[in-house]
Every structure is written in C-alpha cells, then in structure tokens.
Design a binder for this molecule. Sequence first.
Ligand code: HAM
Length: 434
Amino acid sequence: MSKKHTVPRGCADIAPPEIYHWQTLEYALRDVLQAYNYQEIRTPIFEDTELFARSMGQSSDVVMKQMLNLASQRPSEDGHPRLSGLSLRPENTASVVRSYIQQGLDRRESLTKLFYLGPMFRGERPQKGRLRQFHQVGVEAIGPHAQSPFLDAEVVALSADMLQAAGIKEFVININTLGSVEDKENFSGWLRQQLGARLDELDEEDRGRFDRNVFRVLDSKNAATRKVVGSIDMQQFKLSTDSQAYFEQVLKALDRLKITYRVDPTLVRGLDYYTHTVYEITSSALGSQDALGAGGRYNRLVSQLGGPDVGAVGFALGLERILLALNPKDDAVQNGPAVFVIAFDEDSFERAWEATSLLRRAGIRADMAYQVGSVKSLMRQANKSGAAQTVILGKDELARGVVGLKDMASGEQQDVSIGSNDYQQLIEILKERL
Ligand code: HAM
C-alpha cells in the first residue's frame, strides 16, 4: 500500500464547515479595519532571513529557535543542504516595513496605515493555540506623522474593537512603556545591575539570555527566574520625563475611550524592535498560550532597515486563538445551495444541468444531483443539501414543457413553465422566494 500523507505537524487544513467561521470572522474584522481607514497589503510569505534577524533581533526566541529557513536548490559539495538565505515569515511587521521603504511611501504620504491578514510560520513545538503555520491579522501605521500618542491609543482601541466585533467579550489589555531608544538602553543597564547580583539563581538558558539581551530574561517561563523577576521593583527605574509624559498621554487617550487596561511594568515583549508603548491582550478562555494579540510602537525600525527616520506603531492578532476563545458551533452555519435541481432520467439530466447553469448565471445559489435515480433517493439528497427550493425534472415534466418546483418547508409543489428553454419564469419565482 502506498504511503498516506498527512498534514505537516503544527499545521491544519481549514475546510468546511470550519472555514465558514474563518470567513465570518474575517469579514467582521475587515469591516472594523475599514472604519479605521487601514488599507490592505499582501507581502510575500518569504523574505531574506536577514530582514527578520535585523528587525526582531538575533537574540529573540523567534530568530534563534523558530525560523523556518528555505534550503537552496543546490546542496553543498558534501551533500548537505545549503541555506538559501530566505525564510518563511514568522510575522509581517518586518515585511511591511521593508515594503514601505522599498516603495518610498514616506515621500507619498505623511501617514501610511496598512493592514494584513495571512499565514505566518514559526518552528515552534506545537500545542493547543500554538502552531507552526498560524494566521495573523495585523496593522502597521508608519510615517512622519506617526509620532502621536493618540495613534498608539488608536491602535490599542482598534485591536479591542476588532476582538469585540469578532464576538470576544472578555479580554485583558496589559500595557507598558519601554521609553525612547535611550530609555531602553538605560533600562537594559539598570536591569543588568538588578539581575547581575542574582545570576546564580538563574538556569543556564536564562544566563545565556542575560548575556545576549537582558530583556529576554523577563520573558522567561522558568519558575525560579520568574520569582527573581517578580521580586524586582520595576517602578524603581525612572524613564525620562518626556517618555513618561508620552505614556501618560497614551493612557489618558484610552481613558477617554473608556478602554480598560492594566499597566504591567514587567511587560517587554519578545521582539527587539519596540520602543515606548508595548501591549498584549490576553484571554482567560485560552490555555497557557493566552495571548490573543500584541503590538506596540517601534520608532527606530524603519531607519534601522535603511529607511527614513519616521514613527511606527502596530499590532497583530492570532486568528486561531480568537477562534479557540470563541469556540463557535458548526450547526449554526448553513452554507449550502438555496436551490437544488434533480432529474429522474438521462433525458432530463441534460436539461437539469442546463437549468442549474442558467440559475447560477442569474445569481442564484444553485446545485444539482450529478446522477439520476429514484424519487426517494433524489429527494433525500435534496433534503440533505439544505436547499429551500427543489427543482424537479422528469419525462412527464419535459413532455409538458414544465419543471416541478417544490418548497421544502411547506412541501408544496407547482409546475413552472420552462419557456423557450430560458427558465425565465423559474428564475423570477426563485428570486422572489429567496
Ligand atoms: P507576536 O506577539 O509575536 O507579535 O504575535 C502576535 C500574535 O500572533 C500572538 O499574540 C498570538 O495570538 C499569535 N501567534 C504568535 N505565534 C503563534 C503561534 N505559533 N501559533 C498561533 N498563534 C500565534 C508579532 O507578531 C508582531 N509582529 C506584532 C506587531 C505588529 N507589533 C507591531 N506591529
């Protein structure tokens, strides 16, 4: 027997009926994005590996452990695969910034507001809510005019509105500030001092994180490290007055919109590009992977990647996680045809096929039984399709120049003339009924 292939680990097929939940979700999210005037962008699903390393940071878990690199067509001389220098995108912020710079968008507009929706790839250990191919919807607002704290608040509000539009009622917005690039450097030095005295309490992995990038210690899941981190009074570190004032403006703007949040001084986010506002939205309906989405400001990234010195802020939500939290019921979806066409014999079959095609061209959602059979079996099939109306063709109907039209709810059946084979009357009746 030949080998049966299965979907790769950590990936999923999204097929009916599940796909309808995705579609409903995507439409709802797109409506909110439109209200906030974000335009869609679609970038390639792979980019230069270097782009991701330079933006998210060499020391980030994503770059160190989770990049899915593409191999080159040509193996090296010893037969080992050679890297192509390309990787599947683990997120979309770097690609959007790459595109912004490449298109010279700062010369065209003072603020570019883009959104994306699509698959991302991370070589993680799969578990509930954590996949290797997952989907994000996200936004990036970039440009010379992207420096306002109201834009940070807008982005937080937008993500909350999108979750609400999706049907998620309860979530927590955890927010913090990292301050300016200088503040971040000072904070890093201060953290190194605090943690440096207690390095012996950290395990080897976290000591490595301490050496490479001290912020990564704050993301550690290790219980002993979490205890050390928890005992540090982060409020002792003072941001510059300007950065503190900026953060207060962001929070005040959120207060004006009556958006509730929790300031979490230990929140630093696992990616290197953030400055000032960072936030994460969690839901208790999820398990250990409880982040529905996250984002923040990244003022240095555009210039760091060779672009102009402009501001930027954005976020991404995980679609699988939203659906996990929603847990929608499959029986609530009805996406079958509105009309089902059946034929009892070979002569009628061709007519049935023609009628179905004409109904479809008239914009009516129609399908048919692609085999002839007994009244009983074909009616069973029509019932199963969920269609509200069934069109019936047989020798007797054809002889009289009609089709039978059965209303499935009332069970009533009537003859409808096929006209000069244009089924005009049928189309009119169906359009009225549906
Ligand atoms: P992130 O926190 O890495 O941020 O991912 C955002 C969201 O994507 C997470 O909160 C989660 O819902 C979902 N997600 C991430 N990894 C997985 C996974 N393996 N399986 C399922 N869902 C996952 C970013 O990606 C940033 N680019 C967000 C951003 C945009 N910051 C500024 N602009």
